[in-house]
Design a protein around this ligand. Structure first.
Ligand code: GTP
Ligand code: MG
Length: 327
């Protein structure tokens, strides 16, 4: 297929969805040419980005994220906001894509003229490259989207750090999950701004108890935002109970976040973190393109196994070799 930079950027800025999809495909591409064209498009439209609220919805598998996004997205669309959904699905590695799954779970939203739904690969899918969800957000903004909802499962080593690409993070939780508080969810709880306990339609009293448990739990957790007390609310993504409450909580978080300057500072900080993240990735990629480096690396791994050297010593050795190699 032939791509013309001027043509794509013009159509993208006019909000053409097929060009938006094409641009996202380009920045996700592992082909150097396509990837570079994607970056050129992004650079050209950069001054038209940033005019949205980026909302992260995270939570364990099957908790109801897509169901919630369907009604929350529709709520925004009906208020007149163009709403884009980027659904990150690590399981799509196995199932071969979540497109169908997510579109069938977001049927109401998918049919609305103001909406756009797009699955986005988690980092692992592109063979070790960082996720391009951040860049997809920017492209959606250039295309005129004003609410961007990013869906992702929990948080783990190989998944993207959702908190580093959104303005406000909603953690969706199962009724009764308060018992697991000691475990792995702590990390993500600490970066969540709003906790929503789902399925109030079927397990209302259990949901009420869970709300109390989380309210107690978040009181003792660290939190770096002085202007906001984390909200814990019960909802039902299925029948829409408290959808307004959730939407209001998201709005008021963003309002105070903007008033205090956190909103803009946070975005700038996220962008600097992204620079380091991509730099690390590219430096590593470059290093391993060199066969000598790879051999030395493997040799150090062997010596680590045999207790002949340490990881730190190994890195120093590799860096010294790389430096003397370039002289
Ligand atoms: N009773 C009840 N069921 C719900 C609610 N929200 C979601 N469900 C059901 O839970 C199941 C999973 O919902 P999804 O929205 O696909 O959950 P998810 O978190 O997006 O799942 P993954 O993307 O696979 O992690 C579906 O059968 C939903 O109908 C709710 O509020 N109440
Ligand atoms: Mg889902």
């Amino acid at each position: 297929m032939k791509y013309d930079l001027e043509e794509i950027t013009k159509a993208l800025l006019e909000g053409d969805l097929s060009y938006l999809s094409r641009s996202i495909t380009l920045i996700e591409s592992t082909s150097d040419n396509h990837f570079k064209l994607g970056q050129d498009i992004l650079e050209k439209v950069l001054d038209k980005t940033g005019n949205s609220i980026r909302i992260g919805i995270t939570g364990p598998p099957g908790v109801g994220k897509s169901t919630l996004i369907d009604i929350l997205g529709l709520h925004y669309c009906e208020l007149g906001y163009r709403t884009a959904v980027l659904a990150i699905d690590p399981s799509s590695k196995v199932s071969g894509g979540s497109i169908l799954g997510d579109k069938t779970r977001m049927t109401a939203l998918a049919q609305h003229k103001n909406s756009y739904i797009r699955p986005t690969p988690s980092s692992g899918m592109l063979g070790g490259t960082a996720s391009r969800t951040k860049e997809s957000i920017l492209l959606c903004e250039a295309a005129g989207f004003e609410r961007i909802i990013v869906e992702t499962v929990g948080i783990g080593q190989n998944e993207i750090n959702i908190a580093s690409i959104v303005d406000v993070l909603v953690m969706l939780l199962n009724p009764g999950s308060g018992d697991e508080l000691q475990g792995i969810k702590r990390g993500i709880l600490e970066v969540s701004d709003i906790l929503a306990i789902n399925k109030a339609d079927t397990k209302d009293s259990l949901v009420n108890n869970t709300v109390l448990e989380y309210k107690n739990a978040v009181r003792i957790l660290n939190y770096d935002k002085e202007f906001w007390r984390r909200k814990v609310i019960k909802i039902s993504a299925l029948d829409g109970t408290n959808l307004e409450t959730l939407a209001n909580a998201i709005d008021s978080f963003c309002k105070v976040s903007k008033e205090t300057g956190f909103f803009e500072n946070n975005r700038t900080e996220q962008e600097s973190e992204r620079l380091i993240e991509i730099l690390k990735e590219e430096v590593l990629k470059k290093a391993f393109q060199n066969k000598d480096f790879e051999a030395k690396y493997n040799n150090i791994i062997e010596r680590i196994k045999n207790k002949q050297t340490t990881a730190i010593k190994g890195v120093m050795e590799l860096l010294n070799d790389a430096n003397s190699g370039s002289n």
